[in-house]
Design a protein around this ligand. Structure first.
Ligand SMILES: [Zn+2]
Length: 152
């Protein structure tokens, strides 16, 4: 796995672009019911939208991910948080009370990803691109305004 600028990773749930749209370094978010609340005390990458079958299955549709350093995650409330072991390499974090999907956590890296819809304020973020476009569902069109990125 390379780490050069702009490289996209999507292996066992890790999706990342090495780009920040702003230098904002503090984010708050949580699930719908409030049983999970978190704070990210650092920068968060722009989001990547993924059309792959696994993402569409897990989220009911396309999902987006924004990568950040896992050491910057501060769980303010986690009594609802459950980690689902997707594979030996990846955990998916969701609220067991309301079902909100919140995190991807590759087991052996320093990064994880947040689902940007769970942020209280994502106004400074943007979508860097979309991946696995060939695997998209038949029931919707691709948005040509969102750059198609190659997945590694
Ligand atoms: Zn919840």
């Amino acid at each position: 796995m390379t780490d050069k600028k702009g490289t996209i990773h999507h292996r066992s749930g890790e999706v990342a672009v090495n780009k920040h749209s702003a230098e904002k370094t503090g984010y708050h978010g949580g699930c719908h019911c409030g049983a999970v609340r978190y704070q990210i005390n650092g920068p968060v990458d722009d989001t990547v939208m993924c059309h792959c079958n696994l993402c569409r299955k897990l989220h009911g549709h396309v999902s987006s991910y924004a990568r950040f350093d896992r050491h910057h995650l501060d769980l303010i409330r986690d009594d609802g948080l459950r980690w689902y072991r997707l594979s030996e390499k990846t955990d998916r974090g969701f609220c067991k009370e309301c079902g909100t999907g919140l995190f991807w956590r590759p087991v052996r890296t320093d990064h994880m990803a947040v689902m940007p819809g769970t942020l209280d304020d994502s106004a400074n973020m943007t979508t860097a691109g979309q991946i696995f476009c060939a695997d998209k569902g038949d029931y919707y069109p691709l948005d040509p305004a969102i750059k198609q990125l190659d997945q590694s």
